[in-house]
Design a protein around this ligand. Structure first.
Ligand code: ITT
Length: 192
C-alpha cells in the first residue's frame, strides 16, 4: 500500500521509516511538494489529525502524520505542542533546550521530570481517520549530551536508562520511544 508520511521534519521521517520497517510504499512530503498546514489545534491528537487529513485531501493518498513534543512537569507541560515553535524559525534546538533550562532556573525548580508525547494519525482521502498517542517518561539533564536523534533528544533521559536519547543508538531509541509506543497502539487500532 502507498502511504504518504506527512512530515517536514527529517528526524521524524527517519524514525517513522524505521518503524514502518519497509512494509509500505512510502511517499514523502517532498515527493508531493505539499505545504505545511497551520497547527491550530490545542492538543497533540488534534494537530496530528489536522496534518493527516490535510495531507490526505491534498494528495489523494492515505496519510500518516505525527504531532509530538516534550512536556516539562515543572513548566505545567510546556513546551508541549509548542515544542517546534520554541526553536524559532531557524529551528535552533540548542536555543530551545537552553530556554527549557532557563525557564526552570527562573522559577527555581529542581523538578526535572518530563515526558515526550507522539500522536500518530492516519487519514484516508474523503474517508475516516484514526489517532493514537504514545508517551515516554523521563528526566531532563543539562548540559545537553549526545549528537544523535533530533530536537530535544540531548536533554532527555528516559526512565530506567542512563543515556539521553541523543546518546542512544537510533535503533535502541526506536525500541522504547514515545513514537514506538504510538506505533504499537496504531497497529492495534488498525487491526482490531
Ligand atoms: P511536522 O509538523 O512537519 O511533522 P514539526 O517538527 O513541526 O514537523 P511538530 O509540530 O510535531 O513537528 O513538533 C514537534 C517537535 O517536538 C519537534 O520539532 C521536535 O523538536 C520535538 N520532538 C518530537 N519528537 C521528538 C523526539 O523523538 N526527539 C526529540 N525531539 C522531539
Amino acid at each position: 500500500m502507498r502511504l504518504l508520511v506527512a512530515t517536514h521534519n527529517p528526524g521524524k521521517a527517519v524514525e517513522i521509516a524505521a518503524l514502518l520497517d519497509g512494509n509500505y510504499d512510502v511517499v514523502t512530503m517532498s515527493d508531493q511538494n505539499l505545504p505545511e498546514p497551520d497547527e491550530t489545534e490545542t492538543t497533540f491528537c488534534g494537530n496530528a489529525l489536522l496534518k493527516a487529513r490535510h495531507a490526505a485531501e491534498a494528495s489523494g493518498l492515505v496519510a500518516l502524520a505525527d504531532d509530538s513534543g516534550l512536556s516539562v512537569r515543572a513548566l505545567d507541560g510546556a513546551p508541549g505542542i509548542f515544542s517546534a515553535r520554541w526553536a524559532g524559525p531557524e529551528k535552533d534546538f540548542s536555543h530551545a533546550m537552553a530556554k527549557v533550562e532557563q525557564r526552570l532556573e527562573e522559577i527555581g525548580s529542581d523538578d526535572r521530570a518530563a515526558w515526550f508525547t507522539s500522536a500518530l494519525a492516519v487519514a484516508w482521502p474523503q474517508g475516516p481517520a484514526v489517532v493514537v498517542e504514545g508517551l515516554v517518561d523521563g528526566t531532563l539533564t543539562f548540559p545537553p549530551r549526545g549528537d544523535r536523534g533530533f530536537g530535544y533528544d540531548p536533554i532527555f533521559v528516559p526512565q530506567g536508562h542512563d543515556q539521553t536519547f541523543g546518546e542512544m543508538e537510533p535503533a535502541f531509541k526506536d525500541g522504547i520511544s514515545h513514537r514506538a509506543r504510538a506505533f504499537d497502539l496504531l497497529k492495534d487500532a488498525l487491526i482490531d
